[in-house]
Design a protein around this ligand. Structure first.
Ligand code: NAD
Ligand code: ZN
Length: 360
């Protein structure tokens, strides 16, 4: 007798290509319910005053809200945005469009869910707690790597935990993949967010949850990451390939899970506000015992792009601080089970985690 399989939603529509952003107007038109139901564009504030903003197809009372991605999304930030939208408009919006990196994409997903589900977003952090369909939402990544454009989760920092809203209603209804939008990303951020994808692949491919579905996407994303970060491709080709790597990496973890680096990176993020991409890298460099081949490649990539990771981040932390990070990390049970199998608790002991955090 086999296990009960999960029936996952996928992004039903995607457009890919340089300049495809300019088709956004025609994509949105049939989704506009009427002139009083606006589209709300949540846009990373790095684009404020940039030419991209002039290309957003505004009509009627549509609104652009610029959002800083300085800090990763928080549950109360989602709640405030939802309250503001409900207050500003008599009608529910026709849709929410997120334009930015993982931070903005996750906010767009969460806002679209909370516009139709009562209460605070913190009540929905977990697995399958959302029961009302969200409103139409579109994801337009401007940096590649997180896979947030395809995933069925939106990761939020809440009052008591950092955890995703994992639900069938989280997934975008439409994604616009325009590799040209990623042109302005600086080298360090390009590296950290791209390594998020690379680490997704390693954790998925080395995990115990692996199956042919995840493997087929994971292997493709892994190859694309190696090409982008080790082969020296022309810039435009590298942008296209990294965008597709991110997509495949996200698809790979849909039917499996991430692992040790992600679990421990959540601890760093919760206690110290360290952002996802760089936090993953800070942990992953010390995970040779779990992911020998992946970590070796990672060092080659660091070297090739001359990236220096910060040091001594945990040097002055107290015992309580370590305990907090360890607690947050160990709460992510599916990640550990994927990484280490059913008996993960015998390997991932608090002492083991502490010894890794101490190296960071
Ligand atoms: P980000 O969205 O925080 O953006 C990183 C930086 O790049 C920001 O300073 C941003 O302003 C800048 N930036 C983005 N696009 C740019 C452009 N075109 N030009 C210049 N600068 C640009 O970073 P990220 O790594 O994409 O996302 C991290 C977030 O994604 C975290 O909150 C993490 O929890 C989340 N995440 C979600 C999933 C998911 O499945 N939902 C998966 C992985 C990570
Ligand atoms: Zn990740």
């Amino acid at each position: 007798k086999h296990e009960k399989y999960k029936n996952f939603p996928m992004v039903p529509r995607v457009i890919f290509g340089n300049g495809s952003f300019d088709q956004l107007g025609e994509i949105l038109l049939p989704k506009r319910r009427h002139s009083d139901a606006p589209f709300i564009f949540l846009v990373d504030d790095v684009f404020e005053g940039k030419e991209l903003v002039g290309r957003i197809p505004l009509l009627f009372n549509d609104q652009i809200v610029f959002i800083s991605s300085e800090e990763e999304p928080k549950t109360n930030q989602v709640d405030i945005l939802v309250a503001k939208i409900k207050n500003d408009f008599e009608e529910l919006p026709s849709g929410i469009i997120g334009i930015g990196g993982g931070t903005i994409l996750d906010l767009a997903k969460a806002v679209s869910i909370l516009l139709t589900n009562r209460g605070s977003s913190s009540e929905y952090q977990g697995w399958d707690l959302v029961h009302q369909p969200s409103i139409y939402h579109v994801g337009i990544p401007t940096i590649s790597g997180t896979g947030a454009e395809v995933s069925r989760t939106t990761v939020l920092l809440g009052p008591t935990k950092k955890l995703g809203i994992n639900s069938d209603y989280t997934t975008f209804d439409q994604v616009v993949l325009d590799p040209d939008l990623t042109q302005g990303v600086c080298k360090e951020q390009w590296f950290y967010t791209g390594m998020d994808c690379f680490i997704h692949c390693v954790e998925s491919l080395d995990g115990t949850f692996l199956n042919a579905f995840s493997q087929s996407y994971g292997e493709k994303a892994f190859e694309l990451c190696k090409e982008v970060y080790l082969n020296g491709l022309p810039a435009s080709e590298a942008r296209e390939k990294l965008m597709m790597a991110s997509w495949h990496g996200g698809m790979s973890i849909a039917y499996s899970q991430v692992g040790v680096a992600h679990a421990m990176s959540y601890g760093l993020s919760y206690l110290l506000g360290i952002r996802h991409g760089i936090g993953n890298c800070m942990v992953f460099q010390h995970l040779k015992e779990f992911y020998p081949e992946g970590v070796e490649l990672f060092y080659e990539m660091l070297e090739k792009h001359q990236i220096e990771l910060p040091k001594n981040i945990c040097a002055n932390l107290t015992d309580d601080d370590f305990d907090t990070m360890i607690e947050v990390a160990l709460k992510l049970e599916p990640l550990w089970e994927n990484a280490l199998g059913k008996n993960w608790r015998t390997i991932a002991t608090p002492e083991k985690l502490r010894s890794i955090y101490q190296k960071i």
